[in-house]
Structure formats: C-alpha cells, structure tokens
Design a protein around this ligand. Structure first.
Ligand code: NAD
Ligand code: USQ
Length: 399
C-alpha cells in the first residue's frame, strides 16, 4: 500500500514508518520538524543521539534497499501544500501522528495552551478537509489517547470508544443508543484528542471518510526490530520533565542515581504499551482498513495497566534506585482504578509484550549507554496545571 506517515520523524512515527516499510509498504514521511525545534526551545536533547531525518532514511535505504520518501510540511498551517500533496500522491492510507503530544508542555503557559490547540485541532481538521476536497479515499489511522476517557475509577472495563446508554423518552419509554464514551480530558493536550473524536465523527457521517482512532496508552521502550539494524536508525528517547513519559523517565533517573520522581501518592493507574507493540498495532490497523466504513472504528491500543508507585518499585528493584514522592504538578486524581478492553487489536493479531518480558533490560542498557548525555537539570517537572499546584510545589508562582 502507499502510506503517508504524518509525524513520521517522532518517537512513535519513526519506528512505525520503518516497520511499514519493512513489511513491503511504500512509505512517505510528512513532518514539519517542529518536535526538534521544541527540543531546542526547552534546551534538551533526546537521550539517544538521533540523526537528521534525511540521514535516517538514507541509512534505512543502505541497510534494507527500501526507499522512504520525506516531505517537510506543516499540516496545521500549509493547507494548500497538504491538498497538493494528497492530490498528487493519492495514498491508500494515512497514519496521523502529527500533533503536539505532551500534556505538561500543553499546560506550561497560555502560549503553550494556544499552540497545542492550534496545532492539533488544525492538523486533524485540515487532513479531513483536504481528503474531502481532493476526493482521495485514504483510510486515516489516527493516534488518540486513553486519556480521553478520563480517570474516574468507573467499575467497568473501558469499552472501545462507544457506550450504550439508555434513557426515558418524554412518554417514559426507555430508549437506547450508542454514543462516543463521555470524554473527560485531564490536560489541554488530552482535550485536543477529545475534539479530534468529534471531528472524526462528523466527517465519517457527512463525507463517508474512513477513520480508525487508536486510543493508545503510555508508550515505553525505545527500540524495535527495525531501529536496531543500525545505530543511526535509533529511536528518540525523551526523559525531560515535559516530554519524558513516566516509565522511560524512571529508567533514566535510575541510570544516574536520581531518586525516582513519583508525583503525589503514586496511586494513579495508567495504561501502557511497548513501542514494539505500537508499530505492530499501526500495521494491523492500516492493513485492516477495508473493514472500516460508517462511523469511526475506535480501538484501545493498550496491553496492561499499572499503578505509578508499583512501576517505581519495579524499577527500584530491577535497576536499584531510591524512590521519592514529589508534590504533584498536575491536577489529577491521586488514586484511580483503570481497566480497558483491547479485543479489537487482539483479534487482529496483537501479540502483547508485557513489562515482565525482559525488554525492560533493553531500555536499562540504553539509559546506561547514553547516561553521559543526560542533563539532570531537565528532569524536574517545570509545568504546573494551575496556580495551586505551582504554589504547592514550592516554586514561586509564575516563576
Ligand atoms: P512526537 O512529538 O515524538 O512526534 C510527533 C511528530 O509530529 C514530530 O516529529 C513532530 O515534528 C510532528 N508534527 C507535530 N505537529 C506537526 C504538524 N503540524 N505538521 C507536521 N508535523 C508535525 O510524539 P510521539 O510520542 O511520536 O506521538 C505521536 C502521536 O501518538 C501523537 O499524536 C500522540 O498524541 C500519540 N500518542 C503518543 C503516546 C506516547 O506515549 N508517546 C501515547 C499515546 C498516544
Ligand atoms: N508521573 C509521575 N512521575 C513522573 C512523570 C509522570 O508520577 O516523573 C505520573 C503523572 O502524574 C501521570 C502518569 O505518571 O499520573 C503518566 O504521566 P506521563 O507523562 O507518563 O503520561 P501522560 O502525560 O498521560 O502522556 C503520555 C504521552 C501522551 C499520551 C498519554 C497516553 O505523552 O502523548 O497520549 O501518555 S495516556 O496517559 O494513556 O492518556
């Protein structure tokens, strides 16, 4: 298939592009490079030394003989460029990773809130609008997030996107219908994924666009079968207070003897998935596109759930580290339960890699190998959800 990977220079996009290419697909990466500019803004670098996108695809070609095209395009602001590209190339499928994906970055300041809304909502809407304008019948596979469901400790296994609700009509007769699961986002970033869902619902109904929305959990790990083929193909690994996700942060912290930063009680339960499973799920979603018609297909892209405090204990045990509880910069439930159905992807062939698989050792090795690239000053959180959280952190409000 001819596949566009929007955001294909990022942490999930790069290994997904390689995986799709390795499986015989004709891949083109579309990326504005904004994530690398944000690294510069924050004064931080990936733990792993990532090459430029041009170097990466050249090495991939040398190693495998496969060509991956690259297009430098901001899909949120260059609508004309996007329509021209779609009309010229007419892809069969489009994987849409191209959004600002950090919750803390989205909450840093009024500017960061507006940037995240502007970038993410326009990216998704421009893509829908451009598909309609050009008449390209590409299946869109979008990365959503488990966070759209919120963390309310409901005593159910979260369904995949839709909920059947019953309510009395004005004559008291019970009616029933399926609705999008009520969304309860915990950050501006998560809010954009909630808005994306409504955009998809509209364009599927109004224009018959074919869309799969993957509600993915927190991704851990770095390498995949494809990125290990050459050091120049290595994947990004974020560890800073804005972009580092919790398990990868704990591994880096352990590698340099920095006490593991559990926010609050650590009673928050979250969903997780290994990056090797991410790339597999993307391929399974793309290759099953002919099953998608009518309303958007929603699949929960998760393999397990864990309490943050348990993860810290696990890393402390495996790597040997101290655990510390710091004041939570985020306004979120201190404790919650979470369980989610993932039947769709399991039925398509997802083979879950669980934390106990031994792959943790791979990330530990990477953290140790590149430990001299870690800037410990970038580890503490520097983004607060509201004034109260900032005051509680001991940092002067506004500072
Ligand atoms: P990332 O920041 O590493 O990659 C995103 C890529 O998109 C970057 O290369 C960036 O330059 C590009 N991009 C952003 N805005 C763009 C625009 N307007 N035009 C063109 N390119 C643009 O993020 P990631 O971790 O790879 O996440 C990819 C997607 O998966 C995101 O939508 C994110 O919300 C979702 N997701 C990620 C995780 C995770 O744990 N990393 C979990 C669940 C969902
Ligand atoms: N946390 C800590 N210590 C840390 C970092 C985080 O205790 O050092 C806690 C947070 O308070 C939170 C949990 O760990 O309760 C998860 O935080 P995270 O930064 O790992 O993940 P999150 O902000 O939810 O975002 C990440 C990705 C995002 C994706 C989301 C999937 O950055 O793109 O959408 O995971 S999910 O969480 O399932 O919605």
């Amino acid at each position: 298939m001819r596949i566009f990977v929007l955001g294909g220079d990022g942490f999930c996009g790069w290994p997904s592009a390689l995986h799709l290419s390795a499986h015989g697909h004709d891949v083109t990466i579309v990326d504005s490079g904004v994530r690398r500019k944000i690294d510069a803004e924050l004064g931080v670098e990936s733990l792993t030394p990532i090459q430029t996108l041009d170097e990466r695809v050249a090495v991939w070609r040398n190693v495998t003989g496969n060509h991956i095209g690259t297009i430098d395009l901001d899909i949120s602001h260059d609508y004309a460029g996007l329509t021209e590209l779609l009309a010229a190339e007419r892809p069969d499928a489009i994987v849409h990773f191209a959004e600002q994906r950090s919750a803390p970055y989205s909450m840093k300041s009024p500017r960061h809130k507006r940037y995240t809304i502007d970038n993410n909502v326009n990216a998704t809407h421009n893509l829908m609008d451009a598909l309609v304008e050009t008449g390209v019948d590409a299946h869109v596979v979008h990365l959503g997030t488990m966070g759209v469901y919120g963390y309310e400790s409901v005593p159910v296994d979260l369904p995949e996107g839709y909920l059947t609700v019953s309510y009395p009509d004005r004559d008291g007769k019970m009616r029933s219908r399926e609705i999008l699961y009520p969304t309860n986002p915990g950050s501006i970033y998560h809010l954009t994924k909630s808005i994306d869902q409504l955009v998809f619902q509209f364009y599927a109904r109004n224009d018959g666009l074919r869309i799969t929305d993957l509600h993915q959990g927190i991704v851990w790990g770095t390498q995949t079968d494809e990125t290990v083929l050459d050091e120049a193909l290595i994947n990004r690994f974020d560890y800073d207070g804005d972009y580092g996700t919790v398990l990868n942060r704990f591994l880096v912290e352990a590698a340099i003897g920095y006490p593991l930063t559990v926010y609050g009680s650590g009673g928050q339960t979250r969903a997780f998935i290994n990056i090797r499973n991410t790339v597999q799920c993307i391929r399974l979603a793309v290759e099953s596109g002919d099953q998608v018609s009518g309303r958007p297909r929603v699949m929960n892209q998760v393999t397990e759930t864990h309490r943050i405090a348990d993860l810290a204990d696990l890393v402390a045990r495996v790597v040997g580290a101290e655990v510390t509880h710091v004041s939570n910069p985020r306004a979120e439930a201190d404790t919650n339960e979470l369980s989610a159905v993932n039947d769709h992807l399991i039925d398509l062939g997802l083979d879950p890699i669980l934390l106990e698989s031994g792959l943790l050792a791979e990330s530990v090795d990477i953290a140790h190998k590149y430990a001299d690239r870690i800037d410990a000053r970038r580890i503490p959180a520097s983004s607060y959800w509201n004034r109260e959280r900032e005051t509680n952190s001991g940092v002067a409000a506004g500072g």
